[in-house]
Design a protein around this ligand. Structure first.
Ligand code: SAM
Ligand code: SF4
Length: 431
């Protein structure tokens, strides 16, 4: 149900006061190029260094100004420990080193970011230079996430990426040498021109390079609404245009069939599993010795699900009883921030029933078993094994998609259920 910003701030403040921590996310919506598959609300910076530096300065200023408005509206943000601070994008690694320092210093001074907080930064292989990585590490970042998509230079070029596969692997080596303890990267399957064998070669190279997490996402071209999409607003991707798709196919970049896509996912998961990677949450394959990313775990684990605050263009914030998006239109964003506003749109209040449904959906998306004991501690009048949930999981179990262990008091997805987890969440669990 649609609601007011004041309601959202009130709920968030109330929940933060009892939460052990929260997930804080700063969004810098700048990139040096727009990839042809990307639906994120980003701005492409100028190739002229002076203009690019001025744009970077403006967006760091705006982010800081918006963050100031948040702590004023939600005082508990100043006192609740930050579990993971994520500097996300776009591509924040396109910021000059001094802008990264300015932004992170402000966040460190304003929020409870201390030795308990993990700091994660995002970037792209072409902008994660030795200097930028060194600056990030010096500022306390120990976790790194970046987009690779594919290690095949031909496919990278056609997607309008400006780096090679080799460069992407060099960033991994540099980050390790500089002391990052966790290095995660994204692959996409279903790209035009990609073959099953080619995708599996990429997976093997990622394993060989010892990435801590391999995020393997299916190419989405229409709706990019994941179970827990970090970005609530999307812009059209170049490849959504049927004429562009057709021209690509004519140039020999064939779109993988549904059967080939299924093979990519299944064979990819098998290889990752054989190398000691497991899925948590869906599409994130984490190395067993590293475990899940802190923010994913804070957001989704059945026993955590702490509030999230996203600051920046198109950012998404939520707590148990309400959620909100920041606008995704750049000019409107900058105008409203200049007026000391938090430029929210789509503020929604969450009913008790939906709050419970969402908790189960998020927990299921981790691909880990759901425990009756944890569920009852949060929702004393409800059970995973009877009533509404009993019916849902019973029906999934009848179709071989879930396993119910009444003695242990747990419900888990089977392998087939894990493959279909997004569809199960969207169609079987109710909104
Ligand atoms: C913010 S970007 C990662 C950092 C950096 N901007 C880069 O691209 O290297 C987040 C990730 O979203 C994924 N992504 C973006 N658009 C997508 C789409 N249409 N389908 C699937 N994954 C997509 C890509 O894997 C990308 O790496
Ligand atoms: S995929 Fe990354 S680099 Fe490419 S446009 Fe999107 S956010 Fe920017």
């Amino acid at each position: 149900m649609s609601s007011s910003p004041q309601h959202f701030f009130h709920e968030l403040d109330r929940e933060l006061r009892k939460a052990p921590s929260f997930h804080l996310w700063a969004e810098i919506p700048l990139c040096r190029y727009r990839c042809h598959f990307c639906q994120f609300p980003i701005l492409v910076t100028s190739s002229k260094p002076e203009s690019a530096a001025a744009t970077a300065h403006r967006w760091v200023d705006a982010n800081i100004q918006e963050a100031r408005a948040w702590v004023q509206a939600v005082p508990a943000l100043r006192t609740t420990p930050v579990g993971e601070f994520c500097l996300f994008g776009g591509t924040p690694s396109v910021l000059p080193a001094e802008e990264i320092e300015r932004l992170v210093t402000f966040y460190r001074e304003t929020f409870v970011i201390d030795e308990r907080t993990s700091l994660r930064a995002e970037g792209s292989p072409d902008s994660l230079t030795h200097d930028v990585l060194e600056t990030m590490h010096k500022m306390g970042f120990t976790a790194l996430t970046y987009g690779i998509q594919t290690l095949d230079d031909r496919l990278l070029e056609v997607a309008n990426r400006r780096h090679t596969g080799e460069q992407a692997l060099q960033v991994r080596a540099m980050a390790k040498q500089l002391g990052f303890t966790r290095v995660d990267a994204d692959l996409v399957w279903g790209l035009p021109g990609q073959t099953v064998a080619g995708f599996l070669r990429d997976v093997d190279s990622m394993v060989e390079a010892e990435f801590s997490t391999v995020v393997a996402t299916k190419l989405h071209l229409r709706s990019f609404h994941d179970v827990d999409s970090a970005i609530g607003n999307v812009s059209a991707a170049v490849w959504e245009d049927p004429r562009v798709r057709e021209r690509l196919a004519q140039r020999g970049y064939r779109w993988p069939s549904v059967g080939q896509q299924l093979q990519m996912r299944e064979a990819g998961v098998d290889r990752l599993a054989a190398a000691g990677y497991y899925e948590h949450p869906t599409t994130y394959f984490v190395r067993r010795d590293m475990g899940p990313q802190v923010w994913r775990s804070l957001n989704l684990d059945q026993d955590k699900q702490v509030p999230q605050v996203g600051i920046g263009l198109g950012a998404y914030s939520w707590c148990e009883r309400a959620e909100a998006n920041v606008v995704a239109a750049p000019a409107q964003y900058l105008d409203r921030v200049a007026n000391d506003e938090i430029p929210l749109e789509n503020v929604t209040s969450v009913s008790p029933e939906h709050c419970e449904t969402r908790a189960v959906q998020m927990a299921l998306s981790t691909c880990r078993p759901l425990l009756e004991e944890v569920h009852r501690s949060r929702f004393p009048d409800s059970s995973l094994l009877s009533g509404r949930w009993g019916e849902v999981f019973g029906s999934l179990a009848d179709r071989g998609l879930a396993r119910i262990d009444r003695k242990a008091g747990s419900v888990a997805l089977t392998e087939a259920g894990t493959t279909l987890v997004e569809a199960i969440i969207n169609t079987q669990l109710g909104g």
